[in-house]
Design a protein around this ligand. Sequence first.
Ligand SMILES: Nc1ncnc2c1ncn2[C@@H]1O[C@H](COP(=O)(O)OP(=O)(O)OP(=O)(O)O)[C@@H](O)[C@H]1O
Ligand SMILES: [Mg+2]
Length: 468
Amino acid sequence: MAKMWMRTSMIMGIIMFVYQMVQPLGLTTIRPFILRYCSRYIQKFIACTNPYIEISIDECTGDHFRLSGVYVAIQAYLRPKTRELARRMKAQFGTNKKLILNMADYEEIVDEFEGIKIWWYVGKTVSQRPVASDFEHRHSSLQFHRQHCEIIMSSYMYHIIKEGEAILRENRQRKLYSNNRTSWNRLVFDHPVKFEHIAMDPVKKKEIIDDLISFSNGKEYYEEIGKAWKRGYLLYGPPGTGKSSMVAAMANLLNYDIYDLELTAVKDNSDLRILMHETSKKSIIVMEDIDCCLNITKKRNDSVSKKGKEVADSIESRVTLSGILNVIDGLWSASSGERIIVFTTNHIENIDPALIRKGRMDKHIEMSYCCFEGFKVLAKNYLKLDSHELFETIENLISQEQITPADVAEHLIPKTMNNDPEHCLENLIQALEKRKEDRNSTANQQEEPNAEDKSEIANPQEVEEKTD
Ligand SMILES: Nc1ncnc2c1ncn2[C@@H]1O[C@H](COP(=O)(O)OP(=O)(O)OP(=O)(O)O)[C@@H](O)[C@H]1O
Ligand SMILES: [Mg+2]
């Protein structure tokens, strides 16, 4: 049926074409009259008899011919169906030379929603602008039976836009932003790490994943409880336990951009405010080694880490603790859209409690030394091993020794092309045994002076001689 009406439109097109042909023969003066007369009656005729409704969504919006977000989302929604159903397609090559197939002009595909058929095609119009040359722009059109109007308007249109936007988000290139004094530099973010690569207690890992997912789906919930849609995470633990890797895994899980905020490059609180307000929604703002930043540690002079002192002494940043607190609270209240802020530190004890109190840093996550479960994740990643007879020895040793996942990973990674997994496991066992020996020998050394003391005290004669 829809096709029949398409044909009617084509016939009308032909009439218009013929009209254009005869126009030079002296019909110019009566042209407006014919046009108005014809179009009025054609529209009336179509409206009386055509049970189908057509809606078009233009490629461009407004006077400035900017690409419409809705049009792009609809194209993304139709793309998988186009691959499946269309006979004529247009190919484009996107970033990373990825092949993108869209419907060719006037190719028709049928979509179904709650048992309703919807016909889609892409049309084009040529607008003649007085100054610029002819400008061709497209529109996506959908046709459906009049009786389904209500469902299409109230559900289907929102459904396709939501689905299309989700597809776009999934496929888009994410960005890693790093700052100078007052602006952000942008790079493509393509760190491959995912949560399944992170070595940590699996229960804790699942808890973090659930927390992140419920946050990202929580728009309505946050609105309902009257809280800004933001969440703060504090990641703390020794170097090499996976704090930075965890931030990348978070961004990959949620499909967010990362703003890596280097506080030492920011001159003062007002520059910090400018930077924070330039961040976009669906992003993670990370402040690494927060304890090393000037003026914001709890007791800078006595207990700040060595690394912190070095950095603090070498910079002229005047960002203060209250500046950071204001900027976080400001971001929390003023900006719309979901945002995550992450602090990382090796020394949680040096951070002012105000900075990490619940409400600012909602979830505190300890990244600790490698446990056996963590080792199994790394063995699977690096060696493709689920089990091995040497695992038992490793389990025994790893429960006694403090070794970071970074160190374990370094031993497991094959050093030559023909390094077999067993060799890598033996490397790790040797390293763990060496640690054990070192630990025992330092413990013995610490005990030795005591033994001397005891022997001195045990020999009263010598004590007397010494006091004499
Ligand atoms: N928990 C982990 N799971 C998987 N790999 C890890 C983990 N921790 C460390 N690694 C490995 O060690 C490397 C360094 O880890 P990462 O930079 O994430 O540590 P970090 O805790 O941020 O250290 P720092 O405190 O020095 O910044 C990573 O590239 C990764 O290969
Ligand atoms: Mg790090």
